[in-house]
Design a protein around this ligand. Structure first.
Ligand code: AMP
Length: 171
């Protein structure tokens, strides 16, 4: 029996003082834990039909792509500005200090596509909110937002409460 929390390492004061970074590299380096993680994420989706899995740069790419393959869906990367080569749409959102922007290819989602949004950590929810906006701007239908873990005390799920939000672990 695998306990995923045993494969997630807390790194204090990274990337800046006061943040406890949830490091998933021990999980990625274990084939057994990675398989258990993928199986868990697939269980969260259940039998719902998914056309596209949207993974958020960069740690949402690891399981986002394997989830897409397992669900027989396409994978769509959401990236930082200037990384995607074709025509993009973008969303800018507020951070604690300053703001950030995310981009997605305009042709990545077709109107009516059933979309699963995936990332490693749901913290304040600002990132996930921006990605939900991108998907809806292109006419996608958000079926679920799923995460490896949710930092409950930051109440990020409130920012995307009109969609089903689910996570394997809660801190
Ligand atoms: P937020 O927009 O605050 O929900 O932040 C979510 C994004 O930041 C995700 O892409 C996470 O990978 C990353 N993130 C936020 N907080 C942490 C944390 N404590 N440990 C690891 N990644 C984090």
């Amino acid at each position: 029996m695998i306990h995923l929390e045993d494969y997630i390492r807390d790194i204090k004061d990274f990337p800046k003082k006061g943040i406890v970074f949830k490091d998933i590299t021990p999980l990625l380096s274990s084939p057994k834990a990675s398989k258990a993680c993928l199986d868990g994420l697939l269980k969260l989706v259940g039998t719902q039909k998914i056309d596209k899995v949207v993974g958020i740069e960069a740690r949402g790419f690891f399981f986002g792509n394997t989830l897409a393959q397992s669900l027989n869906a396409g994978f769509v990367p959401v990236r930082k500005p200037g990384k995607l080569p074709s025509h993009t749409i973008s969303q800018t959102y507020d951070l604690e200090y300053g703001s950030d922007t995310l981009e997605m290819h305009k042709d990545a989602i077709l109107k009516g596509d059933r979309v699963l949004i995936h990332d490693d950590v749901l913290a304040t929810g600002g990132t996930a909110r921006a990605v939900c906006n991108l998907v809806e701007d292109l006419g996608g239908v958000i079926v679920q937002c799923n995460f490896l873990m949710e930092l409950d005390f930051l109440e990020g799920a409130n920012r995307i409460k009109e969609y089903p939000v689910t996570s394997l672990l809660h801190y």
